[in-house]
Ligand binder design. Structure first.
Ligand code: FAD
Length: 479
C-alpha cells in the first residue's frame, strides 16, 4: 500500500511528488498519458509570473509570489532552463496608465519585489522595439521565462530518483474508500493508498466526481500561439504584456528560453481536448501583438499551437479536502498562474497532509540535483570532454538546434524515458527549430527503436494512434 497516490503528472502533480519525495514515504504517481507534462503543462506561455495580477489576500496571490521564488531555486537545482528576464505591462493611454497603477499597488500588496512604473522614455530605452504609441509600463523584474515541460519533467524525475514510482498509461476510472484505505481503479491495475491527491487539470471535476459532486465547474478555455524563428527572438528582451482584460492577461510577446519569440494567447471556451488553431483567432493575435511590437515579422513563424486552461466558476485555485473522504486532496481550477504557483501549491498540500496526521520524516539522503548535458549550451572545453567520453556527443542529429545523438541516448535512458518522437523533442529540443523535425525525425525514430527495443512500427509521434510508419513496404501484400 502507498502512503500517497498522486493522480496526474502535470506541473501540479510533479511538484507534489517532488516536494513529498524528500520524506520517507511510499509514493505512486499515475497519469493517463504516455508521458509526463502532456496536459496543460505542455502548452502555455511559459512565464513565471511576478504576481501583480491576482487580487491581494487570495491564495492565488500568495502562491504565485511564493511559486516564483521556488521556481528559481528549483530550476537552479534541477538544471531547468529559466531566465530572469522581467516583464512589462504596457500602457497606451490614460485608462491603461490607471490600470498599470492598480497593478503596481496590487503587486506591492502581494509582496512582489522591485516593481516600478516606467515613463515612455524609460520604457523605450529598455525596449527600443516597443510601439512609439506606448506611454508607460509596469516593470516587474522578478518575472522569468522557463521551459515548462522540462520544469515538470525535472521535478518528476527527481521524485523518481528519490524513490517515487511513476505509472504512465493509467487512467483513473474509480475511487473507493474501504477499511481506512483508498482503492483506486485504473485502466491498468488497482492501487491502494492512505492519501490521494488529484492534480488532474481540465479533468479535475471528472476525477472529483469519482468521489463526490465537485464544488466547482471547469470551463476549458483554449489559448493559441505563434512560435517564431530565432531570428525574431531578440525583438524584445522582456515578456511584454498589454493591460489585462476580462478574458485574462491578454496577448503577450516574449522571448523563450530557447531564443525564439512566442506570441499569444487568446481565450476561447471549448473542449478539454481541443488544441486546434484557427485563422480568425491567429489573425486577431497577430494584430494585437503588433500594437505592442509593430515590426514583428510573422513570416518567420515556425509553429502554431494551442493549450487549454482549467478556467472555472471560481476566481481562485481550489485546493481542498474532500468532504466525503478527508484523505483525498483536490488540486483544481489551476489556471494561470498555475505553472508558476505549482511548487507553492505542493508546499501547501504537504502542510495539509501533515495536519491530517501524515508523518513527515525527512530522508537522510534526498537527492536534490540533476544535470543533463547540452552540447549547444556547452563551451568548447566541455564539448571536447563530452565527445572524448562518448563520441555520440560529436554526432549531430538535429541540425537546426544542434542536438546530438549523445543527448538523445541520454534522454532515452534517463529516469523517465520518453517513448515517442515528441517526448524526445521535449527533452532535448530536437525538431524544435526551423525545419520542425523534417530532417531529424527518421533518425530519432531509429534511435528510439534501437535504444528501447521498440518496433519502429509501434513508435508514435505523441499519443497512441499517432504511429508514424504503417507497414514494412517490402512485406506489404497490398502492394
Ligand atoms: C494558454 C495558456 C497559457 C498559460 N500561461 C501560463 C503562464 O505563462 N504562466 C503560468 O504560471 N501559467 C500559465 N498557464 C497555466 C498553466 O499552464 C497551468 O496552470 C498548469 O500547467 C496546470 O498544471 P496541472 O498539472 O494542474 O494540469 P495538467 O498539466 O493538465 O496536468 C494534469 C494531468 O492529469 C492527467 N489526468 C487527467 N485525468 C486523469 C485521470 N483520470 N487519470 C490519470 N491521469 C489523469 C493528465 O493526463 C495530465 O497529465 C497557462 C495555461 C494556458 C492554457
Amino acid at each position: 500500500m502507498y502512503d500517497i497516490l498522486i493522480i496526474g503528472c502535470g506541473v501540479s502533480g510533479a511538484s507534489c511528488a517532488y516536494m513529498l519525495s524528500r520524506y520517507d514515504l511510499k509514493i505512486a504517481v499515475v497519469d493517463k498519458s504516455n508521458d509526463v507534462a502532456n496536459g496543460t503543462t505542455k502548452a502555455n506561455s511559459a512565464i513565471i509570473h511576478a504576481g501583480y495580477d491576482p487580487a491581494p489576500e487570495t491564495q492565488m496571490a500568495r502562491l504565485n509570489v511564493r511559486g516564483t521564488e521556488l521556481a528559481k531555486e528549483i530550476a537552479e537545482n534541477l538544471d531547468v532552463p529559466c531566465i530572469n528576464c522581467g516583464s512589462l505591462v504596457l500602457a497606451f493611454d490614460e485608462a491603461d496608465l490607471e490600470h498599470v497603477r492598480k497593478l503596481y499597488e496590487r503587486g506591492c500588496a502581494n509582496g512582489v519585489p522591485g516593481l516600478k512604473i516606467l515613463n515612455a522614455e524609460e520604457l523605450h530605452e529598455m525596449e527600443p522595439e516597443i510601439s512609439a504609441e506606448a506611454v508607460g509600463a509596469l516593470h516587474a523584474p522578478s518575472s522569468c521565462i522557463i521551459n515548462p515541460w522540462e520544469y515538470c519533467l525535472a521535478m518528476a524525475e527527481t521524485a523518481v530518483v528519490n524513490g517515487a514510482e511513476l505509472f504512465l498509461n493509467r487512467e483513473v476510472t474509480g475511487i473507493d474508500y474501504r477499511d481506512g484505505r483508498f482503492v483506486v481503479e485504473t485502466t491498468d491495475g488497482t492501487f491502494e493508498a492512505k492519501h490521494v491527491i488529484s492534480a488532474t487539470g481540465v479533468y479535475s471535476d471528472k476525477v472529483r466526481s469519482l468521489v463526490e459532486t465537485p464544488t466547482y465547474k471547469i470551463v476549458p478555455t483554449r489559448g493559441q500561439y505563434f512560435l517564431l524563428d530565432k531570428d525574431e527572438g531578440k525583438r524584445v528582451s522582456h515578456t511584454v504584456f498589454q493591460c489585462p482584460n476580462e478574458k485574462g492577461k491578454g496577448v503577450l510577446v516574449s522571448p523563450t528560453v530557447d531564443g525564439n519569440l512566442i506570441v499569444g494567447p487568446d481565450a476561447n471556451v471549448g473542449e478539454c481536448e481541443d488544441t486546434s488553431t484557427d485563422k480568425a483567432g491567429l489573425d486577431a493575435i497577430r494584430a494585437a501583438a503588433r500594437k505592442s511590437v509593430p515590426d514583428i515579422n510573422f513570416r518567420m513563424n515556425i509553429k502554431n499551437f494551442a493549450g487549454v486552461r482549467a478556467n472555472s466558476d471560481h476566481d481562485d485555485f481550489v485546493i481542498e479536502r474532500s468532504g466525503t473522504f478527508p484523505g483525498f486532496i483536490d488540486i483544481a481550477c489551476v489556471k494561470s498562474p498555475g505553472l508558476t504557483a505549482a511548487p507553492a501549491i505542493a508546499e501547501q498540500v504537504v502542510g495539509m497532509l501533515a495536519e491530517d496526521g501524515l508523518e513527515l520524516k525527512e530522508k537522510e539522503q534526498f537527492i536534490n540535483s540533476r544535470k543533463r548535458p547540452r552540447i549547444e549550451k556547452s563551451d568548447a572545453e566541455m564539448r571536447k570532454k563530452l565527445i572524448e567520453e562518448n563520441p555520440l556527443y560529436g554526432r549531430i542529429i538535429c541540425r537546426c538546434e544542434n542536438v546530438t545523438e549523445g543527448e538523445i541516448v541520454a534522454a532515452l535512458h534517463a529516469p523517465i524515458p520518453p517513448t515517442t518522437i515528441n517526448g524526445v523533442k521535449r527533452r532535448v529540443g530536437s525538431g524544435m527549430g526551423r525545419c520542425q523535425g523534417g530532417f531529424c525525425t527518421p533518425k530519432i525514430h531509429e534511435i528510439i527503436s534501437r535504444e528501447l527495443g521498440i518496433d519502429m512500427l509501434d513508435i508514435c509521434l505523441e499519443e497512441p494512434g499517432s504511429e508514424i510508419l504503417k507497414y514494412r513496404s517490402k512485406n506489404n501484400k497490398e502492394g
